[in-house]
Design a protein around this ligand. Structure first.
Ligand SMILES: NC(=O)c1ccc[n+]([C@@H]2O[C@H](COP(=O)([O-])OP(=O)(O)OC[C@H]3O[C@@H](n4cnc5c(N)ncnc54)[C@H](O)[C@@H]3O)[C@@H](O)[C@H]2O)c1
Ligand SMILES: O=C(O)C(=O)C[C@@H](O)[C@H](O)[C@H](O)COP(=O)(O)O
Ligand SMILES: [Zn+2]
Length: 369
């Protein structure tokens, strides 16, 4: 098992990456189980596969699980779901010193984390991520949010979990499309700041995607270490360091908005395509060689992730996509900094990008191939 600390003044916590963690939940999370019952907010699919394991562990320790099911899918990151969940948590008499458990992917983690940030002005929560994406990214770092009609993650809070248990066993029931989507955020850590990790992934994409135990554990642990380091340096995204985790997301969130936050394009798929676009735009600006952009494209394509925007059959213009970007949380005094690349492993935040030029680039990409 890998034990990875997220070091934050007064609020440090541990991310445990390994197997059998849900089986031993009552032991692993003992300090956060102080009542005879525990509230578990669960993605309905995650509960179907892993609810019994969780329930048995708690019951054996004399703790009754109280379940709240969340409908699978991005639509659950909504005001309606937030209202339903907070009402339910209040009915369970959750106190500030209690911990709520979030079992599922990024949707349940983001929703539950936000509910816990505002419940009685803040109660504790523990992340039990059951998707690859949630294990390598969303369960760590304390960004919580819901979507609004204006766009992605626009209402939320920074609220750190007290513990993250990334049980690799849970990935055995995850559909392969979701494994690939999670892999996009793994690849992101290599592209943004770690050329060695990128090369390691070029060699091992197949075994990670096949969930081969050793490669999987190494990929998850290296990803979490990368994220923990950045979050410790810039928890609230104020210095520019954390903004690098947004690589591919300015394009990706616009694509998610354009496809209606639907199954047509999962978050990880949008990020994969967004990374390709960021790499190609960087090459077009002369920031890095075209061959590096090609390597990013090949790594995305080899993982079975979308690498061509033209293949999405979007009926929109580049300007329509850049219009979505005006809601990006990185907007600063009317301009939008972009995460661009000076090479693989060398991302930086560029405040000089011209949105009209990005729109023209996107028009080229929409028509290419
Ligand atoms: N807070 C952050 O830092 C952060 C980081 C990255 C992504 N996100 C957010 O995370 C969300 C995407 O998360 P996701 O990719 O985990 O999607 P998700 O939560 O929608 O889960 C993906 C699918 O897998 C199913 N599922 C979950 N666990 C399962 C299991 N073990 N077995 C079988 N099925 C299972 C779910 O029902 C769902 O259909 C997006 O909303 C994104 O914005 C947040
Ligand atoms: O943790 C971060 O910081 C990230 O940017 C991680 C991203 O993968 C994640 O999708 C995040 O929610 C996007 O951040 P946002 O601030 O653009 O909503
Ligand atoms: Zn993301």
């Amino acid at each position: 098992m890998a034990l990875i600390p997220v070091q934050l003044a007064g609020r440090s916590y541990e991310v445990r990456v390994g197997t059998g963690l849900l089986y031993d939940l009552a032991v692993e999370a003992k300090p956060f189980l102080r009542k005879r019952y525990a509230c578990i907010v669960a993605d309905a699919n995650a509960r179907r596969s892993w609810g019994e394991t969780v329930g048995r562990s708690l019951e054996a320790a004399g703790i009754a699980p109280r379940w709240y099911d969340v409908a699978p899918g991005e639509a659950s990151k909504s005001w309606e779901s937030l209202a339903g969940l907070t009402d339910w948590l209040l009915k369970q008499n959750v106190e500030r010193g209690d911990h709520v458990f979030a079992l599922g992917g990024g949707v349940v983690g983001d929703l539950t984390g936000f509910a816990c940030a505002i419940l009685k002005r803040g109660c504790g929560f523990v992340q039990l991520p059951t998707t690859l994406l949630a294990q390598v990214d969303s369960s760590v770092g304390g960004k919580t949010a819901i979507n609004t009609s204006a766009g992605k993650n626009l209402v939320g809070a920074f609220h750190q979990p007290s513990l993250v248990l990334a049980d690799l066993d849970t990935l055995s029931t995850l559909p392969s499309r979701e494994v690939r989507a999670g892999y996009a955020e793994v690849l992101k850590y290599g592209v943004l700041g770690d050329n060695d990790f990128f090369e390691w992934l070029e060699d091992r994409a197949y075994s990670v995607l096949a969930l081969q135990r050793q490669s999987l554990e190494e990929a998850v642990a290296r990803s979490v270490r990368a994220k923990a380091r950045i979050v410790a340096e810039d928890e609230r995204e104020t210095s520019g360091a954390r903004a690098l985790l947004n690589l591919g997301h300015t394009f990706g969130h616009a694509l998610e908005a354009e496809t209606g936050f639907s199954d047509k394009l999962l978050h990880g798929e949008a990020v994969a395509l967004g990374m390709v676009l960021a790499a190609r735009y960087s090459a077009r600006q002369g920031l890095m060689g075209g061959e590096d952009a090609e390597r990013v494209t090949r790594a995305v394509d080899a993982a079975g992730l979308p690498a061509e925007i033209s293949a999405l059959d979007l009926c929109c213009t580049g300007a329509a996509l850049t219009a979505h970007m005006l809601h990006d949380k990185k907007m600063d005094a009317g301009s939008l900094p972009f995460v661009l690349l000076r090479g693989i492993g060398a991302a930086y935040l560029d405040g000089e990008v011209n949105l009209a030029d990005v729109a023209a680039f996107l028009d080229e990409q929409l028509q290419a191939h």
